[in-house]
Design a binder for this molecule. Structure first.
Ligand SMILES: Nc1ncnc2c1ncn2[C@@H]1O[C@H](COP(=O)(O)OP(=O)(O)OP(=O)(O)O)[C@@H](O)[C@H]1O
Ligand SMILES: [Mg+2]
Length: 326
């Protein structure tokens, strides 16, 4: 048993479906306690399989794992765990409250504490008014919200959310994000499966990128961005400027490549940050007004595409590229 510093730890976890589909390939993952952890990957990467394996819905064919320090082979590993499955279907004849009561009882709640918690969680996801309506009348987004409410019953220490905003409109998505942030603020570890990069970037402190069953990178958001950006890679800096004459442009181009130019702005590839004041001096020397200087921030989408692209370029689906940044 590991020391309980990680909410999830996997070692060489593997899953082969039907003797031929290698859905998980030697996955080593560490999810820090209290983090909001985003598992990113394109369709078919193995994200749902990983979560289902951790929850003992699917049996691993290699390796082992712990949840909150307890081996997943033991039912106790799931005692303080909540789960929103991907593409779930609740019985259509149940009401939202009925669904929550059902799952609340499964997590050991009874009597007045069950009723209180169910009301509280339905309120939190904005479904209190719909609590007595049957699930068959719910939109996809409403079903997701009830799913999220049931995942939070029984004060779990770790919650798995598999594509929680799937089919949810932008307002609903924002509400779900707010609920996840509250969960995290209360100390719960959130494990989020998503292929929505922006969502992961907005919610998560830690990220792993999965592709063809392998975890290619994991670490904090910053570490992932840095790993992809690499040392010595040019960053783009956008200068908000007045009119730029040919002489100024020629001098700039001698210092660093001009990568884009629009009226009022120049985007320049800058290898070392010491170049920035020199570029400003060059512009000023030619009488060009400089209104703003903004380094272009690399987002998770660039990082994601970078990592996946690097692997595809090398034409491998194996684990040799795994690099654990945590
Ligand atoms: N029960 C199963 N039997 C056989 N193959 C399966 C089974 N479940 C998943 N797979 C396969 O395993 C691989 C990983 O699937 P998985 O559902 O884990 O991916 P995912 O990353 O969750 O994808 P998505 O983003 O589409 O939800 C895919 O090739 C899929 O077809
Ligand atoms: Mg999935």
């Amino acid at each position: 048993m590991s020391e309980e510093q990680y909410a999830v730890e996997t070692h060489g976890l593997g899953k082969i479906y039907g003797g031929k589909v290698h859905a998980l390939k030697a996955v080593d993952l560490k999810v820090p306690l209290g983090s909001a952890f985003g598992l990113l990957g394109p369709n078919g990467a193995g994200k749902s399989t990983l979560v289902k394996t951790l929850l003992s819905i699917v049996r691993p064919t290699a390796g082992f794992a712990t949840l909150l320090g307890v081996d997943i082979e033991q039912p106790a590993a799931r005692r303080h765990v909540g789960y929103l499955p991907e593409g779930h279907r609740f019985p259509a004849y149940l009401t939202g409250r009925g669904v929550c009561e059902y799952f609340g009882k499964l997590s050991g709640l009874t009597g007045s504490s069950l009723a209180r918690e169910v009301d509280e969680k339905l309120e939190l996801v904005g479904m209190r008014e719909w609590a007595s309506t049957r699930v068959s009348k719910y939109s996809k987004g409403m079903q997701q919200r009830v799913g999220l409410a049931q995942a939070m019953l029984g004060k779990p220490q770790l919650v798995f959310l598999d594509e929680p905003t799937d089919g949810v409109d932008p307002v609903g998505r924002q509400q779900i994000r707010a609920v996840i942030q509250q969960l995290r603020a209360s100390g719960t570890t959130v494990f989020l499966n998503s292929h929505l990069l922006l969502e992961v970037e907005q919610i998560c402190s830690h990220v792993a990128i999965m592709h063809h069953g392998s975890v290619l990178r994991q670490g904090t958001l910053e570490e992932i961005r840095d790993a992809v950006r690499g040392e010595g890679t040019r960053r783009r800096v956008r200068f908000g400027v007045g009119p730029v004459g040919d002489a100024a442009r020629a001098e700039l181009a001698a210092l660093a490549p001009i990568e884009a130019e629009e009226p009022g702005s120049l985007t320049i590839g800058v290898e070392r940050r010491e170049l920035v004041p020199r570029l400003i001096d060059a512009l000023r020397a030619h009488g060009v007004d400089v209104y703003s200087v903004e380094p272009e921030r690399m987002n998770l989408e660039d990082a994601f595409i970078g990592v996946i692209g690097q692997q595809d370029d090398q034409g491998v689906g194996g684990t040799q590229l795994s690099r654990v940044a945590s």
